[in-house]
Design a protein around this ligand. Structure first.
Ligand SMILES: [Fe+2]
Ligand SMILES: [Fe+2]
Length: 274
């Protein structure tokens, strides 16, 4: 199996690839290819082409949640490489906003109507539960919030006035069972990386975590949450901790210092073969 980051905030050393605020990872397995998230839509196709990855072979797409920087690539993907089965949570189409300190709302939700995507061949499978979407590959479904310190991003709302906090019930991660242990692929991980790891361990029945790859959303939270996350992560003995997207520069630097030998940045072109 091979995992490749196709979209991420930063282009890696492979010349000719592009960065954009967002995330997408391609899983190629003996049982077929799966795309987890699609970035904002500007870099998915050119980066896949540059890395010789064929998106026509992708029959299954999974969305981590309904933010534009993860779902925006659906239109270019469907337009150029045909219909796909798309696994997501029922709340993936809800309206969502970042409300700035000035009170100005920015729409950050799914940039397309469901009917528009279905007209391009999307077949949505919406479900709140833990489930196997390809052999040995699971979606967490709604992640139980177990701890007090993963409070989420306080600037995100379901309304333009900034009254109704967005709790991101649709946030989910991919969990892959391998003979080396679990591999988790995160979108933004609004549910919290520790909550998500505990959820994945409990529902898979596997304790050992080989790798965690993706957005850890620590760039938007309080210092206290980073402290507690570092403490909690020590308990998991993760061999590869690959921070992308919304992990944030300062939090990534901290994780690199706290987990030397395990942590590395996951940029466009990062590949893990298992
Ligand atoms: Fe994101
Ligand atoms: Fe997000």
């Amino acid at each position: 199996m091979r995992i490749t980051i196709l979209c991420e905030n930063t282009a890696g050393p492979l010349s000719g690839t592009l960065g954009e605020h967002g995330f997408s990872a391609l899983l190629e397995t003996d049982g077929g290819s799966l795309l987890f998230d699609t970035g904002q839509g500007e870099t998915l196709l050119p980066n896949a082409r540059r890395m010789n990855r064929n998106l026509h072979e992708v029959r299954t797409v999974a969305l981590s949640h309904g933010h534009y920087d993860h779902a925006g690539g659906l239109w270019p993907l469907l337009r150029t490489s045909g219909g796909k089965e798309i696994h997501a949570h029922p709340e993936v189409f809800r309206s969502r906003y970042r409300v700035k300190d000035t009170g100005e709302p920015l729409s950050i939700g799914m940039p397309y109507q469901r009917e528009f995507l279905e007209g391009l061949g999307a077949r949505f499978v919406l479900n709140r539960d833990w489930r196997e979407i390809m052999p040995g590959i699971f979606l967490t479904g709604e992640v139980t919030r177990r701890n007090r310190f993963e409070r989420g991003d306080s600037g995100l709302f379901c309304d333009t006035a900034g009254c109704c906090s967005d709790t991101h019930p649709d946030d989910q991660s991919l969990v892959i069972l391998t003979d080396k242990g679990l591999i988790l692929v995160l979108g933004c991980c609004h549910a919290g990386i520790v909550n998500t790891l505990e959820h994945a361990r409990e529902l898979s029945g596997v304790e050992d975590v080989h790798a965690v790859i993706g957005g850890m959303h620590l760039g938007f939270c309080a210092e206290e949450q980073i402290d507690e996350t570092v403490k909690a992560l020590r308990r998991f003995s993760i061999r590869k901790l690959v921070g992308s997207h919304c992990t944030g520069f300062a939090a990534a630097a901290r994780l690199a210092r706290e987990f030397p030998g395990s942590f590395q940045p996951g940029q466009v072109g990062f590949t893990l073969e298992v």
